[in-house]
Design a protein around this ligand. Structure first.
Ligand code: ADP
Length: 469
């Protein structure tokens, strides 16, 4: 058995063939990385002035935003070889294997300098030491120590530049970030609308697209999508078109692929009784106060849901990540609208369990408003209840409470009051506009899906100041 022997786990690409032109959007990151290209191409310019060329640069951003692609493009632009590995692969069961893999990697890289070494998911080995469960992890520590030794060892001008990717710069060991190591950071964010249009263009090269495909519209419907998500979207659309025996990908395939990605595939063969259809139609169709515009309402079951409304959240809000008090109150009313509609239409005795997800969402929002956002008069402008994640990003909230039982009672009462208020509001709006709800439900039962434009046409002046739950 070869205990402790390392099989090399890195990839070597002599020429990546990728350039900055292959990376759509990400203009700021490209600008900053242009400098690295220049270090590799013209090192003498810097050494002549006595400058030390940086050795490491951290690419920071969520998965799928193109960090690997950018690293390959840097190598491609500079015309140097590209060595890459995932940090998680360094670490194996046997102590010492990771370190020897790091040694191998750098030995090879130095022999091929100038070159780029790319380490993906550096946080897998580079976490703050001793921060993991059960204290230290020998194997990880040895691996990271070896990485530091290598980076300290080669002189700044050896021609090896290390790019490392992470989504969590905050958990990295500060030793990694010291001058002479990963002392530069380039942020790679999720693309904005303009960036998404460009990425869609890149990933439709070589695909047969129908004339009705409008990238601008797709981009508007995909806030939060990364480059990888958009690539996947276009590919899924192409597969759908093939399955439908089409010669071109039309806007319908893209739209269907998008809904599949967001909400899971439609359950085409599910038998839905007329009665259930009616129930779901009223549930998803409940009229609600000002909220994100409706993209589509559907009573075709998907995933866990009997039916769904797709909203088109505004770009601005998604980007700022800021939610106003009234937006959150509306969000609660929207989520409660389904239950309210059931109650109003079918009677209090006939409400169903269909709203349980809605209730969970409502309670979570209300609790956050009280505990974290300072939206409760009685609790005041403080954050209580321990560190919490951002519920809008689907992060886990801590269940640890750092306040007294007396405070807990006040919190519960405040949460209840917010929810009751939202419920009363939903009820008032629905009873006032019951005729439109009937029209919408009728349309849904007939057609099963209603798009944003059809929805708007239900309103007399074609302008919906009311949206749906
Ligand atoms: P990361 O390393 O940040 O997780 P990747 O670079 O592996 O992301 O991206 C995965 C794929 O998504 C890429 O190979 C590319 O096809 C696509 N992609 C991501 N960002 C972009 C972009 N800005 N332009 C074009 N394609 C992109």
């Amino acid at each position: 058995m070869d205990f402790g022997r390392s099989k090399s786990k890195f990839q070597e690409v002599p020429e990546t063939g990728v350039t900055f032109a292959d990376v759509a959007g990400a203009d700021q990151a490209k600008l900053e990385l242009q400098e690295v290209v220049d270090f590799l191409k013209n090192p003498d310019k810097y050494t002549a002035l006595g400058a030390k060329i940086p050795k490491g640069c951290l690419l920071v951003g969520p998965p799928g935003t193109g960090k690997t692609l950018l690293a390959r493009a840097v190598a491609g632009e500079a015309g140097v070889p590209f060595f890459s590995c995932a940090a998680s692969e360094f670490v194996e069961l046997f102590v010492g294997v990771g370190a020897s893999r790091v040694r191998d990697l750098f030995e090879k890289a130095k022999s091929k300098a100038p070159c780029i070494v790319f380490i993906d998911e550096i946080d897998a080995v580079g976490r703050q030491r001793g921060a993991g469960l059960g204290g230290g992890n020998d194997e990880r520590e040895q691996t990271i120590n070896q990485l530091l030794t290598e980076m300290d060892g080669f002189s700044g001008n050896s021609g090896v530049i290390v790019l490392a990717a992470t989504n969590r710069p905050d958990v990295l060991d500060s030793a990694l970030l010291r001058p002479g190591r990963f002392d530069r950071q380039v942020t790679v964010d999720r693309p904005d609308v303009a960036g998404r249009v460009k990425i869609l263009q890149v990933h439709s090269r070589g695909k047969a697209l129908a004339k009705d495909v409008d990238f601008e519209k797709i981009a508007r419907r995909t806030p939060g999508f990364t480059g990888a998500d958009l690539q996947n979207l276009m590919n899924e659309a192409a597969i759908l078109a093939a399955r439908r025996d089409l010669k071109e990908i039309s806007k319908d395939e893209i739209s269907d692929a998008l809904e599949r990605i967001i909400a899971g595939p439609e359950k085409k063969n599910a038998v839905v009784s007329e009665e259930k259809k009616r129930l779901v139609a009223y549930h998803v169709g409940a009229l609600m106060p000002e909220y994100d515009p409706v993209a589509k309402i559907s009573i075709i079951p998907r995933g866990q849901a009997g039916g769904l409304t797709f909203f088109a959240p505004s770009e601005e809000r998604l980007e700022s990540g800021l939610y106003s008090r009234s937006y959150l109150e509306n969000q609660m009313a929207v989520a409660l609208g389904g239950r309210v509609a059931e109650e109003v239409i079918f009677g209090a005795d006939n409400v169903t369990t269909g709203a349980s997800n809605d209730f969970m969402q409502v309670s979570r929002v209300a609790r956050q408003m009280v505990e974290r956002f300072g939206f409760s008069k009685k609790i005041g402008q403080v954050a209580i209840g321990g560190p919490g994640g951002n519920p809008f990003l689907g992060q886990q909230m801590s269940s640890q409470k750092d306040y007294s039982m007396a405070t807990a009672d006040v919190v519960d009462a405040e949460v209840r009051e917010l929810v009751d208020k939202a419920y009363a509001r939903a009820k008032e709006i629905i009873t006032t506009h019951i005729d439109i709800l009937h029209k919408l439900a009728q349309l849904l039962i007939e057609k099963e899906t209603v798009d944003g434009e059809e929805f708007m046409s239900l309103f007399i002046d074609g302008k919906a100041e009311l949206y749906v739950a």
